[in-house]
Design a protein around this ligand. Sequence first.
Ligand SMILES: Nc1ncnc2c1ncn2[C@@H]1O[C@H](COP(=O)(O)OP(=O)(O)OP(=O)(O)O)[C@@H](O)[C@H]1O
Ligand SMILES: O=C(O)c1ccc[n+]([C@@H]2O[C@H](COP(=O)([O-])O)[C@@H](O)[C@H]2O)c1
Length: 231
Amino acid sequence: MREVIVASKRRSLALFGGTFDPVHFGHLRMALELRQLLNFDEMRLLPSHQPCHRQTPGVSSHHRSEMLALALQGCDELQLDRRELKRGGATYTVDTLEELRGELGSKVSITFCMGLDSLLSLHRWHRWERLLELAHLVVVTRPGWHLPDGDSEEHRPLLELLARHRGRVADLHTKTFGCLLLREQSMLPISATQIRELIRSGQSPRYLLPVTVLQYIENHQLYREAAAGDQ
Ligand SMILES: Nc1ncnc2c1ncn2[C@@H]1O[C@H](COP(=O)(O)OP(=O)(O)OP(=O)(O)O)[C@@H](O)[C@H]1O
Ligand SMILES: O=C(O)c1ccc[n+]([C@@H]2O[C@H](COP(=O)([O-])O)[C@@H](O)[C@H]2O)c1
């Protein structure tokens, strides 16, 4: 159900970052639903250029962002933001948020959205404690992934962060940064790993991703070889 936002509403920008190797309907549905259900003024998909935390991507950031552009064609509700490619070098979310804050000033609400799998490694992200000084975080639970229990030594910083910053939907529109929300939202059970594996084994990933993206993959003969992280 769409939630009604009262009090003084600020302009709100949401970002959905990813490797998008390749983009699929799981990403696209999630981004659209978050924009609609949480009432963001803008939702941008943000392809990462050179992720330092994983062995994939298997294909260049140019190909990954071109596939995203095709997937978003004709959709007014989602935008593509190529700033991480333009910046070049290693991609860190904190740099992107600092850049956006510099451009937008302090009055716009910024929210970075992610799946629960991403949250579980947040305490290893570059300058992770700065993230909530720049933006809100919205985390969507993902099938097969659970919050760690209180005994987990490794995840203690994360659990403390959750306890300190836990917010409500209205906070995303009345404050400009600093709140962390967990959302239980349906997620299509699709992963880019699954799509790469299907292609590599000669099977079709049709109906898991937009047909324009599938055509691009076929035209450029992408994903026929295993990427380092997929072996
Ligand atoms: N099916 C899905 N539905 C909604 N969100 C997803 C889905 N798959 C991934 N995400 C989220 O999208 C963001 C970008 O994910 P990413 O580009 O790594 O996709 P992925 O399918 O998980 O890829 P891979 O299998 O290569 O790890 C992450 O925050 C992740 O949690
Ligand atoms: O900044 C970091 O150190 C960092 C570490 C891991 C992931 N991220 C970001 O989290 C988003 C999802 O990452 P991924 O690997 O699931 O595609 C994407 O925008 C990444 O740039 C960022």
